[in-house]
Write a protein that binds this ligand. Structure first.
Ligand SMILES: *Cc1c(COP(=O)(O)O)cnc(C)c1O
Length: 392
């Protein structure tokens, strides 16, 4: 059945037929608790009526025109997002990687206009920014890059959560123009930096005249219990990228900017055929409205804190558990050994989880998660991890 598809994914042998809230049903009618949300995409869960209604209505009115014309739905979403983000302007793309491409192009053009001919962007070890050529070059994972050389030039890599390394890089490289950073590294293993990291990055950017670009593609949209991951620090970025959770499963990416950065991309410098079309913008607007009306960011904080404490207590004495960490509904359980096999064990038990960075169980449940479902997740996954560590 899967032969027509390029083998880019090692897929689990299950296909889902429908979903509702935090639940998915496979084609055999088995039910699963979704603690991954399509990798931080379906924050409102599956088949949310507000998103369904928005999509059905918009599909009956207008799907697509072109960015050659004004798009009312795009302007509405842009106004909501810039107000929410404290930003001035937004460019809409169709994915996370594309949102980051826009940010990278923006930083380079900004530099060239200042007469910096060979601009470099500081990026982090263990980062993930996407699979296009520029974003995989920015990504701090050799597995993502291997075989695709020559990589895109113009990235300088330093360890994550290491301010001194940036200062050293700055003194060696006069052509740095921006820092591109995830507030919490998602694919890299739910790595949470020191509490003052964001403020110190901001201070460095101010001192050197660099742009601070936050990749909020995984951490944004309420995931961490604040609207943005960077909201946990007092440091406001110049540029922010969003995607995953923005339209609950309809493809979209956004690159937001303020100050001088907001004025860089002008006519002819960037574009997208589909970016910000009426359908996806309408869906994203429904997501933002629902998040506000149902207080979902606060729920993410509450349920996330409950899960964090629950897993910490439950796994405290379990040999092989290195650390339980997280912020809001972005949680990681680091084990002392590779644990990719846990994904299939969990699937067999009716639970969707993910393992990243080889040894970190990653949880990204929908923001609508409620206490009974959180309890089920704690019980089922706690037991699975204990059993896995005992038997492995
Ligand atoms: C998922 C992700 C991306 C890439 O998004 P795509 O939509 O898959 O292109 C980029 N950055 C971060 C932090 C991500 O989590």
């Amino acid at each position: 059945m899967s032969e027509p598809l390029m083998a880019t994914y090692r897929r689990l042998p299950v296909a889902f037929a429908r979903g509702e809230g935090v639940w998915l049903w496979d084609t055999e009618g088995r039910r699963y608790l979704d603690a991954l949300s399509g990798i931080a995409v379906c924050g409102l869960g599956h088949a949310h009526p507000a998103v369904r209604d928005a999509l059905c209505e918009q599909a009956g009115v207008l799907l697509h025109t072109s960015n050659l014309y004004r798009i009312t739905e795009q302007e509405r979403l842009g106004a909501m997002l810039t107000a929410q983000a404290g930003m001035e302007r937004v460019f809409f793309a169709n994915s996370g990687a594309e949102a980051n491409e826009a940010a990278i192009k923006l930083a380079r053009l900004h530099a060239h206009r200042q007469g910096i001919e060979n601009p470099a962007i500081l990026v982090m070890e263990n980062s993930f920014h996407g699979r296009t050529l520029a974003t995989l070059s920015a990504t701090g994972n050799r597995k993502v890059q291997a075989g695709f050389e020559p990589l895109v030039q113009g990235f300088v890599r330093v360890p994550y959560n290491d301010i001194a390394a940036i200062e050293t890089a700055a003194s060696n490289r006069p052509n740095i123009v921006a820092i591109l950073v995830e507030p919490i590294q998602g694919e890299g293993g739910i790595r949470i930096p020191a509490a003052d990291y964001g403020e110190r990055l901001r201070a460095l950017c101010d001192r050197h005249g660099w742009l601070l670009i936050c990749d909020e593609i995984q951490t944004g949209m309420g995931r961490t219990g604040r609207f943005f991951g960077h909201d946990h620090s007092g440091a406001a970025p110049d540029v922010v990228t969003l995607a995953k959770g923005l339209a609950n499963g309809v493809p979209i990416g956004a690159c937001l900017a303020r100050g001088a950065a907001a004025e860089v991309l002008g006519p002819g410098t960037h574009g997208s055929t589909f970016g910000g079309n009426p359908l996806v913008c309408r869906a994203a607007r429904a997501v933002l409205d629902t998040m506000a009306a149902d207080d979902l960011i606060a729920n993410a904080e509450t349920q996330g804190a409950y899960l964090l404490q629950g897993f910490r207590e439950r796994l405290a004495e379990v040999p092989g558990v290195v650390e339980v960490r997280g912020r809001g509904l972005m949680l990681g359980i680091e084990l002392d050994r590779p644990c990719a096999d846990l994904v299939a064990l969990a699937l067999a038990a009716g639970l969707l989880i993910n393992v990243t960075a080889e040894r970190v169980v990653r949880l990204l449940p929908p923001l609508i998660l409620e206490r009974p479902e959180a309890d089920q997740l704690l019980d089922q996954l706690g037991e699975l991890i204990e059993r896995f560590l005992r038997d492995a």
